[in-house]
Design a protein around this ligand. Sequence first.
Ligand code: SF4
Length: 347
Amino acid sequence: MNDNIRGVPVNKFSRKYKLAREVSEAQTNSTKVVEEKSPYAKFRGSKVLYVTDFASLAWCEMQQHYSLMAGGKKETKAMRAGSKIHNELELQVHDIVTIPTKTREDLWGIKFYNVIVGLESLDTNYKTRELPIFGFVSDLFVFGIIDQVGMKKREGEWTISDTKTRVRPFLPDQSKILPSVKYQLMLYKKLFDALIQGAIDEEIIYQRLRLNPDLEFSSELANIIKRFGNLDKGKEKEFQPNLRNLMRIVVNNFGKFRKSSNTLEVNYKYQKDGSDIGSLYFEYEEDQITSYLTKSAKYWKGDRTPDGVPIEEAWKCQICEFADDCEWRLNKIKELSQKKRALAEIT
Ligand code: SF4
């Protein structure tokens, strides 16, 4: 299989790699006996959760649960327009090269390699886009991609930013930043800072993802990774292009950075032409994100059932595709009509 190179190099450090072939998760799961019935086991094979898996629970847990049972969210026109703008922004900071993968270790090798590329870009350009990030939430392995990390001045702090597209060419009201967006950004910061502090156990990652850290990458990826052999003077020949060595570089490189700013940014682009509308900012709240993640992790682990929306947010049910069959909503309607009947009997 040939390498498929595309995109225009912007600078020598910034070259990211995409997967030419995702190894089928279903295929690798076929030998696994699924014992647990938690959403983590049922929908994510007890391996990896995504940052959005946590953040999207903030809208309506029940809706997220139904959506997972239905096989995931369908791509909308707005989502397609958003992806196009994200791709264009990414190509402004690095090119994208597609290379083939043969093993699951290759697949994760590319993800971790892209972390290094992102950190090199931060180091040289004070800015990177689509930075892969990972870590643990209540023992669950979480992976995500930060839209942008940047710094205005060398002395400043790293600002973590998420890009949203808007149909209207002006900023929304500050109060309109959705809780899901806030939790998404707060979780990015939590994971980013944890990696900077070196608070990560690589062995648990390999176990959780069922990866062999010592398996050599396939030739295409191995040739790219070998450039890191130059980092250990005199040990070039000993350098093995595998996950264990790649992760060592990831962890070391994170250690060179300072913690990110407590101020988080939501940047808005106009959906029609991708032009910049401006940004809104909010502050990181440690207590808020910790209690939110603890509650969300209980859902993923199957320690509690998902909740529907509270009565004051019942308007969400009006635009929900699962409204007709939603048990939560039907039970609330039943409770309400029982209350009304009881009230009518009293009066
Ligand atoms: Fe949530 Fe309402 Fe939809 Fe049920 S109908 S899933 S409670 S938004």
